[in-house]
Each structure stands twice: as C-alpha cells, then as structure tokens.
Design a protein around this ligand. Structure first.
Ligand SMILES: Cc1cc2nc3c(=O)[nH]c(=O)nc-3n(C[C@H](O)[C@H](O)[C@H](O)COP(=O)(O)OP(=O)(O)OC[C@H]3O[C@@H](n4cnc5c(N)ncnc54)[C@H](O)[C@@H]3O)c2cc1C
Ligand code: FES
Length: 512
C-alpha cells in the first residue's frame, strides 16, 4: 500500500501507513497534524518522535538509527526513540514522542505523549549518601552540561556553579558564526533562560572568580575571600585566548573572541568599521572572517602558515577553505605575521602595512590550568584525568578544554577543544561524581561553519600518512579519511552527514 502524501512533510501518520513502508532498522519522515514526526521500526517495535533536533533543528529523518536511538546528521546529537530523551550532547532537551499503534499490517501514530520525566532513584540515594555538595568551577560547555545532567538525573544535592564570566552559560560556537554575522537572534545565545538556574536549584554565581582550591579542607576560595565547601568538585575552566605580545596589542580595537562580552565588543566596533585584520587562519579566525564578511567589512587574514587549517585538515581541505574564503572576498596574507600595530595600521613581518579598524587575534588558546596547578593536581599539558574523568585528587574531576584523558581510540592521552566533547565530558563527570563508573569513550566530534559550508570532523588524528578522498572537495561533497598505517583515525566531511555518522559508529565499534 502506498502512503498518503501531504506536501513535503511525508505521509499523514495519523491516518496510518503500511508497516511494510517502514522496514526493520529504518526511519521515515511523516507528520501528525502540523508536527513533523519521525517513525522508526526496530524488529516488531515502532516508535514515533519529533523529527527536528532540539539543538539547531537538524532533520533527524536524515540521521542514523542505531539500536533504539537516532543520531542527528548535523552535529551528532543522539535521541532515544523510546523516550525522546537527548542521550548525547549537543542536544540537551528531549524531542516529543507519540504513541504508535500497529494494527492489521498498518501503523497508526496516535496521541502525543508527555515529555520524558527526569529519571528517579539515582539522586535521592546519592544525596543521602556521601555526596551532598557539588561545586562546579566554570560556566561553559562542560560546567553547564554537568549541572544540567545532575538535575536531569534528579540528584537532589546542592550545586554551586562558579563562573568568572558576567554572562550565564552561552552557546559559545555561535559567537563566531551567526551571532557575530548578525543573523542569529539574541535568544539563541543563552543555553537556558536566566530563570532556569533558580528553578532547578543551581546556584549560578556569575563574576565569581575562583582563586584557590584547598584540597585538604575540600573547599574553594573566591577572589573576594568567600569559601565554598564541596564533596565533589568539577574543574571546567576551559581555555583562554593567547594574547598578542607585539607593540600595540593593548589598543582598544585589538580584540580576542571567547566570551559573549568579547563578541559584543567586536560587533560594536564593526558598526563603524570598514576594514578588519584577522590574525590567525585557524577555525576561529576564519569563522570570524566569514561572519564579518557578512557584515560587508573588508577582511584581511594574516597567518604564518602556508595554508589555512592544514595542520588539522590537511593540504587539500586547506586549499579548499582558502579558495572558499577568497570567493567571498577575504584577502589572505599567508606566511606572514604581524610585528606591530601602530594606531590603525598593522605592520607585517615583511614590512607591508594593512589598515585596520578592528584587529581580531585568533592565534590559539591555552587551557586554564592555573587553579589545578596551584592545588597540586597532576598536569600534562592540561589537567590529567583517568577514564572516569577523575583527576589525581579523588574528589576532583575535570572536563572540557582543560582535560587530557586516555582516549581508547588512539591509545593516547589527548586533549581537544571541541564543544560537543566538553559537554559530553561534563555529563560523564556528573555521573561519576555520583559514584557511577562510566568510562569516557566518546569519539571526538567537532564542526565548523564557513558561509554555507559546514565541515564535520569525527575522530582524532594528530598525524597521518595518507588522506583518502571520496567525492569532490571543490563541489562541497566529500569525505576525507585520515589514515595511519591503514587505520582510519579521523574523517572530515562536507555534506556527507550520514557517512560521517557511520564513520563515527565504526570508530566506536572498534573499541567496544
Ligand atoms: C568563538 C568560538 C567558537 C567556537 N566554535 C566551535 C565549533 O564550532 N565547534 C566546536 O566543536 N567547538 C567550538 N569552539 C570551542 C568550544 O566552544 C570549546 O571547546 C568549549 O566551549 C569548551 O568548553 P569548556 O566548558 O571546557 O570551556 P568554556 O566553555 O570556555 O567554559 C569555561 C568557563 O570557566 C570559567 N572560568 C575559568 N576560570 C575560572 C575561574 N578561576 N573561576 C571561575 N570561573 C572560571 C570561564 O569564565 C568560562 O565560563 C568554539 C570556541 C569559541 C571561543
Ligand atoms: S542540529 Fe542536531 S546536533 Fe545540532
């Protein structure tokens, strides 16, 4: 039987479709009323959930079904088909679910169910046990995801989140993309509305800079002298931009981009600017270049390397990224660096000068490990953690940009600066602070966006001996495999989302 169609939303699932139209292990896009709904089948079980990812609305019907879950094609969030729960970041909110009735060879999607309720059981016991007070240092990706997870698991103990930022946790990746370009509304930026924290018993203290950790007394000291005791502490202090040290670096039109305040400062300068010089041709620098081109500014990019992003993505993708930006009017000054900023002139190492109303330095970040170091916690180019994200001090965990963890995929201790990894580490650390024993074995994932071109990357390859290219990079339809001794360590792709998800799954299965 063929399914009744209704414009591009697919069949009307309330009217029912043939069970044969949804083979085992497949997903299908349909609708119920005005709601796009994804229908999935696993053996004899059928599931119906909202078809739009709660992160950025990615089309889940174009994602990958794995067991009784579905993964989003855009940034690899994962949802339970049974409950709608967001099982993996970057999505944190559930999708809706509908009741499904299979009858006489047909499948009917019936009433919409209540949103999944937080789990019960875990928290009550833990709060009554040895862990009653959790302090999180950092209000970024990892810190927020940890607090959210603790409450989602219905843990009842006290959570104090200390952030030296004046903003509540924000969607940091957007600060170099749509928000900077002027195309994202203000309400996309906070990860949750301000009311969320009080409603969920999260004592978020902004502009609260932690000055020291007293490991013996199990308390942290704030810059203002306040002391806050903990049973478990999560360090999620992230990374800070490397600052320029050349003459003129302190001028007011010379900026970095990490916080919402940084972003707003660049936007304010952009209002009266004509020319921008971006120092650095890696992800942040080039995303800033793209965003400021959208504001019609003249953008020059100065960087010492021969090709942008070559160290991470290889020469072929590097050439493509350069050509893409040049098509959009960006002017590169590669194999050059800035030696001084003299008023509105940037003086390059070759003596060339570039006029600049704004200079944005995107020359890298360094993990904020000073607190951990002063507390005597073991470091190794970051805070060293075990597979449970525990530091060398048993009550203290670390997650996000600061954490160097034993990666089962490469066999090395690695540290990355990826949004999704930071959030997932925050979630795993949250569980482990409550005495779970969950290993952090996630395959690293990041994305980057340049104009209309998203680049997705799964895995981790610091070096490789071969890049196998499938498809056509210039046509923006490609998948690159970074291999070492025949083994695929990482995969970068443009508009090959399903293959990227499959590559991630294959890497997971290698170590499971
Ligand atoms: C502009 C921009 C765009 C990005 N885009 C992408 C992207 O597209 N894809 C991707 O994968 N990654 C992206 N990233 C990287 C990603 O944002 C980081 O990997 C992620 O934010 C790391 O999370 P974190 O929690 O470790 O650190 P952060 O999010 O930086 O949070 C750290 C927090 O700790 C606070 N803090 C630090 N020290 C103290 C202290 N002593 N006391 C109190 N508070 C303290 C800071 O104020 C901050 O709130 C981007 C980063 C930036 C800056
Ligand atoms: S839109 Fe689904 S993970 Fe981002």
């Amino acid at each position: 039987m063929s399914a009744p169609q209704s414009n591009d939303l697919g069949p009307d699932l309330a009217k029912g479709i043939s069970a044969d139209d949804v083979p085992d292990g497949h997903i299908l896009l349909g609708h119920v009323g005005q709601d796009p709904v994804l229908l999935a089948r696993r053996g004899g079980d059928f599931f119906a959930i909202g078809a739009a990812c709660t992160h950025y609305g990615g089309p889940l019907a174009q994602g990958l079904m794995v067991g009784d879950t579905v993964r989003c094609p855009w940034h690899h969030a994962c949802f339970s088909l049974r409950t709608g729960e967001a099982l993996r970041a970057p999505a944190l909110s559930p999708v809706a679910t509908w009741a499904v009735e299979p009858r006489d060879g047909m499948v009917f999607v019936r009433n919409r169910k209540e949103l999944p309720r937080p789990k019960s059981g875990l928290g009550g016991a833990a709060a009554a046990g040895s862990v009653e007070k959790i302090v999180i240092v950092g209000g970024g990706a990892a810190g927020f995801a940890a607090a959210e997870k603790l409450r989602r698991e219905q843990w009842q103990g006290s959570i104090v989140m200390l952030s030296d930022d004046d903003a509540a946790p924000v969607d940091r990746p957007n600060l170099s993309k749509d928000y900077l370009a002027g195309s994202a509304p203000e309400d996309w930026i906070p990860l949750r509305p301000d009311s969320y924290y009080a409603e969920n018993g999260i004592d978020l203290r902004r502009k609260a800079s932690v000055a020291a950790i007293d490991v013996q007394a199990r308390q942290v000291a704030l810059g203002n002298g306040d002391k806050i005791p903990y049973d478990r502490l999560l360090l999620a202090t992230g990374a800070e931009p490397v600052r320029l040290t050349i003459p003129g670096a302190e001028l007011p039109h010379v900026q970095v981009l990490r916080s919402l305040a940084d972003c707003r400062a660049i936007i304010a300068l952009a209002a009266a600017a004509h020319r921008v010089v971006v120092l650095g041709a890696s992800f942040i620098g080039l995303e800033v270049a793209a965003a400021l081109r959208a504001r019609q500014l003249e953008v020059h990019v100065v960087a010492p390397e021969k090709r942008p992003m070559e160290r991470i993505l290889g020469p072929q993708m590097g050439d493509f990224v350069r050509a893409l930006h040049e098509e959009h009017g960006v002017i590169f000054h590669l194999e050059e660096s800035a030696k001084a900023i003299d008023g509105k002139q940037v003086i390059l190492s070759t003596g060339k000068t570039l006029a600049a109303d704004i200079v944005v330095a995107g020359i890298g970040v360094r993990p904020r490990t000073q607190l951990a170091e002063a507390a005597g916690i073991a470091l190794d180019r970051g805070v060293l953690v075990d597979t449970y994200l525990r530091t060398s001090v048993p009550e203290i965990f670390a997650a996000g940009d600061i954490a160097r963890w034993p990666d089962p995929h490469t066999g090395d201790n690695i540290r990355v600066e990826h949004w999704v990894v930071a959030e997932r580490q925050g979630q795993t650390a949250a569980l482990n602070m409550l005495e779970h024993r969950e290993r952090f074995a996630t395959v690293p994932f990041f994305w980057s966006q340049h104009y209309d071109v998203p680049i997705n990357y799964v895995g981790h390859a610091e070096k490789w001996d071969e890049i196998a290219i499938e498809g056509d990079i210039a046509a923006k339809d490609c998948l690159l495999r970074y291999r070492q001794a025949g083994r695929t360590l990482a995969v970068a792709s443009i508009y090959r989302d399903l293959e990227s998800l499959r590559a991630e799954l294959a890497m997971e299965q290698e170590v499971s």
